[in-house]
Design a protein around this ligand. Structure first.
Ligand SMILES: *Cc1c(COP(=O)(O)O)cnc(C)c1O
Length: 494
């Protein structure tokens, strides 16, 4: 049965999966959602015997129904290969009563690799299927991790170019170094004198600019998105929740059908939405624990039903979650509005004009499986130290936010359900914050001395992604204001 995609704001006809991937964002500014959420057609028992790649096929075939089996398997094989430093792709590590699902074993040591290793292949395949002749230009706003993961995925991929905008003073030194040293003649990295929301809003404006689209088309280009609003990002993320459940089953940690909870460090709401999709496809997930840092707009939303971005933007030690507009939440809002696009569009209009909206009681009742909470900077830092002292296991700042929120949840509810904590970045990506949490003395060291010390302390070899940037030259040094984004793009392409 073919699955079609519609805009959350109701505009335009239904799209095939490949067309939705190519477009990224719908014409009316909405996000593409599948008309129905498919159910897994393999049992959990069967899935527990599958590799990551086989699981990926079983999940993704249900969403990308216009891809042939050969096309999809080819994309999967090219994505989940030796770029990952472990054959299992997403290992589970048990520490202090939680199962950490390590999603950082790919090329850029953050969970964005899980989707961005496959997105370029999905896009190129989609372009072929839709007879696209133009070159695909990926426009991306990043809070730090998406940018590098997208650059790594698209660098030197024929028929594509990629332009990444990041907040100049809003990413970690390692994150910045990773991006500005990116090789590949089709890559372009630009710092914005603003925050992530400025970068994201700017990119959305470029996508919506019809005049620019015409100019680009004449020059043989068309824009597409690698941001987590692209359905081609969301679908690959469902896979690791299915896989993680199957692994727990395989290892005898749970019995078939036993419910688990998941705790997810959340920014743009893509990762946790993928868990929600997995749940709705038949994976026994009870609670979806949505963890925020001090930018706790989502916590407030789950508490009150009011989404309000009018607040101070806090720079934290978990910069990939420093977000006040969680784009993917729109998909959930649409779903709890019973696919009423008009209702959703009105709320999103309110968000862009007034900065806030309120959902109805009826909609709020459908969020019962979500539990929101947040971690302060102090709690995050203490958690890293505490877990290390107790177990020797070192987690990054984002993962620590989820871990703190999981602790708070357990304390409040006494719920003993086994829980997966999504571990979204390697501690080597946020070395300074991680090491300072363990001992303030470390702050005197330079970045790479810290890396070596962390390696000894955690007994983990320094990841290749970090080794590579030790000596790599800076090749991107463009900085612009948010108003200049359009001209920067035109200069690069035309
Ligand atoms: C992007 C990111 C997040 C947030 O994920 P969303 O899907 O945007 O909610 C959390 N942790 C890390 C390390 C990330 O890179």
């Amino acid at each position: 049965m073919e699955l079609f995609y519609r805009s959350t704001r109701g505009g335009g006809p239904a799209q095939t999966a490949s067309a939705a991937i190519l477009k990224g964002l719908a014409q009316d500014g909405g996000l593409f959602v599948p008309e129905i959420l498919p159910r897994l057609d393999k049992s959990l028992e069967e899935l527990s015997k599958m590799t990551y790649q086989e699981t990926a096929y079983e999940v993704m075939k249900l969403f990308l129904t216009d891809f042939t089996e050969a096309e999809l398997k080819d994309c999967i094989a090219k994505a989940y290969d030796s770029k990952f430093d472990t054959e299992v792709i997403a290992p589970l590590v048990e520490a202090d009563g939680a199962y950490y699902l390590e999603l950082f074993h790919g090329a850029t040591i953050a969970f964005k690799d899980m989707a961005l290793s496959i997105l370029p292949h999905l896009l190129i395949t989609s372009a072929k299927k839709n007879n696209v002749k133009n070159e695909i230009v990926i426009l991306t706003a990043t809070s730090g991790d998406t940018g590098k993961a997208a650059l790594a995925g698209f660098a030197d991929v024929e028929g594509t170019k990629i332009i990444v905008f990041y907040p100049k003073n809003g990413v970690s030194p390692i994150q910045e170094k990773q991006m500005v040293t990116q090789k590949g003649s089709n890559t372009f990295v630009v710092g914005i004198t603003g925050n992530f929301d400025d970068a994201q809003t700017g990119v959305k404006q470029l996508f919506g600019d019809q005049e620019l689209a015409v100019t680009m088309d004449k020059a043989g280009f068309q824009f597409s998105s690698a941001n987590s609003i692209n359905i081609g990002r969301l679908v690959p993320q469902i896979v690791y929740y299915v896989y993680a459940y199957a692994q727990l089953l395989k290892e005898g940690k749970i019995i078939n059908g036993e419910s688990i909870n998941v705790a997810v460090p959340t920014g743009n709401f893509g990762n946790i939405l993928a868990a929600y999709f997995a749940k709705n496809m038949g994976v026994p997930i009870a609670k979806l624990i949505c963890a925020s840092n001090e930018n706790k707009v989502l916590f407030d939303f789950f508490q009150t039903g009011v989404y309000d971005r009018n607040r101070e933007f806090v720079l934290t030690s978990s910069p990939s979650m420093d977000i006040l507009i969680s784009s993917n939440l729109e998909r959930l809002i649409y779903m709890i509005a019973d696919a009423n696009a008009e209702k959703n569009a009105a709320l999103m209009d309110a968000l862009s004009s007034q900065g806030h909206y309120e959902i109805t009681q009826e909609m709020k009742a459908k969020l019962a499986d979500f539990v929101g909470n947040y971690a302060s900077e102090q709690e995050t830092s203490s958690k890293i130290k505490e877990l290390y002292k107790k177990t020797g296991y070192v987690i990054d700042t984002h993962t620590a936010v989820a871990s703190v929120v999981f602790d708070k949840y357990k304390k409040a509810t006494n719920d003993t359900t086994k829980t997966i904590v999504a571990s979204t970045a390697s501690p080597f990506k946020f070395t300074r914050s991680v090491m300072n949490s363990i001992d303030k003395e470390y702050d005197a060291m330079d970045d790479f001395a810290l890396v070596d010390t962390l390696s000894k302390l955690a007994n983990v070899t320094v990841p290749k992604a970090i080794e590579e940037i030790r000596t790599a030259p800076v090749v991107h040094d463009t900085v612009c204001s948010k108003e200049e984004m359009k001209s920067v793009v035109m200069n690069f392409l035309l």
